[in-house]
Ligand binder design. Structure first.
Ligand SMILES: [Zn+2]
Length: 250
């Protein structure tokens, strides 16, 4: 059992022993939600000219709300898009129990095709679509990172979201079925002192998927799936409220 997990169990155990609902307890595991990229370096540009940062911000804010609805204290990192460095992200997450970095995927330069949208010369690729997840073996809790990633992936697939396997061409799988990949060098994951996952929500160069990724109802649905997965992962193995007393009933 890792130090991190002992600490979470200890805190949750204290909350349960005090007769508190874990879901509303200040002792519940805290999560950091990182908005990928910055205003100055906003990542890829979508098929219709929107920055990846704008997509990341929408999903990260919605995910933070979904986690708060489940009783988790949440720290939203880089909401203003002004964070100084990649290392500053895990530093900003310090003291939380889990870090998820929210991104949207693109394709390689040579896979792009030109097109025009509303008078703008842009590019696209419709060959790939879907989400994927990344973990680092240089993170101090790779096992918990993989577990949470695969539970998020499983939950999303159960809801009908289909993952992409395009990243399997370059990144080894930690879990093939749920499109969880190793990406050891990712700074945000490797410098984190807590388990960490990078989530790619979909491919913004895909003209159909871009529209889905901008749809508010679908963003809420995806955030709900991720939050449900994280809740399952972080509370895994803990007794439900009242379970300790249940055996003592006459
Ligand atoms: Zn990104």
């Amino acid at each position: 059992m890792t130090k991190w997990w002992r600490e979470v169990r200890r805190r949750l155990g204290v909350a349960a022993a005090a007769g508190l609902c874990v879901a509303s307890s200040p002792g519940a595991a805290a999560l950091a939600v990182d908005v990928g990229h910055t205003l100055a370096a906003p990542g890829a540009t979508s098929a219709r000219g929107r920055s990846e940062f704008a997509f990341n911000l929408d999903l990260a804010r919605t995910l933070a709300r979904a986690l708060e609805d489940r009783g988790f204290p949440v720290r939203l990192i880089n909401e203003d898009g002004l964070i100084a460095s990649l290392q500053a992200r895990p530093q900003a997450a310090s003291g939380t129990d889990f870090l998820i970095s929210v991104h949207h995927d693109s394709v390689s330069e040579h896979e792009l095709r030109p097109w025009e949208w509303e008078g703008q010369a842009l590019n696209y690729n419709d060959d790939f679509a879907g989400h994927s997840l990344f973990v680092s073996r240089d993170n101090p809790d790779t096992a918990r990172s993989i577990l949470c990633a695969r539970i998020i992936g499983a939950r999303l697939q159960r809801m009908g979201f289909v993952p992409t396997h395009k990243n399997g061409r370059r990144r080894a799988y930690a879990d093939t079925q749920h499109a969880v990949h190793y990406y050891d060098g990712l700074a945000v994951l490797r410098h984190a002192r807590m388990p960490a996952v990078l989530f790619e929500a979909g491919i913004i160069k895909n003209r159909d998927e871009e529209l889905l990724l901008r749809d508010e109802a679908r963003i809420r649905l995806m955030a709900d799936g991720i939050a449900t997965g994280l809740a399952a992962c972080l509370r895994n193995g803990l007794p439900a409220d009242g379970e300790a007393e249940a055996d003592a009933r006459p």
